[in-house]
Ligand binder design. Structure first.
Ligand SMILES: Nc1ncnc2c1ncn2[C@@H]1O[C@H](COP(=O)(O)OP(=O)(O)OP(=O)(O)O)[C@@H](O)[C@H]1O
Ligand SMILES: [Mg+2]
Length: 155
């Protein structure tokens, strides 16, 4: 796995969007992004930024797929947005054909990835988000050796 890690403090919604966008811009297809963090930590917001970086037409329309489990958005790279919150576990995602989706060359973002860890490849990118204040979040982005990512600087 030994690729890299960046720990960074976001001080606003906009900064979290910016971080997601930077990650999206670095994607080449085939990435799985495991989002981990408590309720309201910013996983969906980060995914919105990611969508912008993937060239999705209307990233504002990227909303949490809690009720439909998986949403698909066309763009420079196709985004599959999964929310595992209401799933029983990895078997439920297997039943949806997540392996084929992961192999399809798009980018798969999984909220609550820790609940379906058996479906998350070892080479996934991990984004942990901790709530550190009303409008502050600590993000820890870890990526595998096969992924090129330059550390982001927030203004
Ligand atoms: N710096 C920040 N980064 C991200 N979100 C922030 C920040 N500061 C405040 N927030 C607020 O935190 C909330 C994050 O909501 P979001 O839906 O992205 O969380 P989530 O992790 O997807 O939650 P859930 O587990 O319910 O899916 C929003 O209401 C947003 O306005
Ligand atoms: Mg969410």
């Amino acid at each position: 796995m030994a690729g890299g890690t960046q720990e960074i403090e976001s001080r606003s919604v906009e900064q979290t969007l910016e971080l997601g966008r930077a990650l999206g811009e670095s994607c080449r297809g085939g990435e799985v992004i495991a989002l981990i963090g408590e309720l309201g930590s910013g996983k969906s917001l980060f995914t919105k930024g990611l969508a912008a970086g993937l060239g999705i037409d209307r990233p504002d329309h990227v909303t949490s797929p809690t009720f439909v489990i998986i949403n698909e958005y066309p763009g420079r790279l196709r985004l599959y947005h999964v929310d595992a919150y209401r799933l029983g576990g990895a078997d439920d995602l297997d039943a949806l054909g997540i392996e084929e989706i992961i192999d399809s060359g798009g980018v798969v973002a999984v909220e609550w990835a820790d609940r379906v860890s058996d479906c998350i490849p070892g080479e996934a990118i991990t984004v942990r988000i901790d709530i550190t204040g009303d409008s502050r979040r600590r993000l820890i982005i870890s990526w595998p050796r096969c992924f090129r990512f330059d550390n982001v600087t927030l203004l």
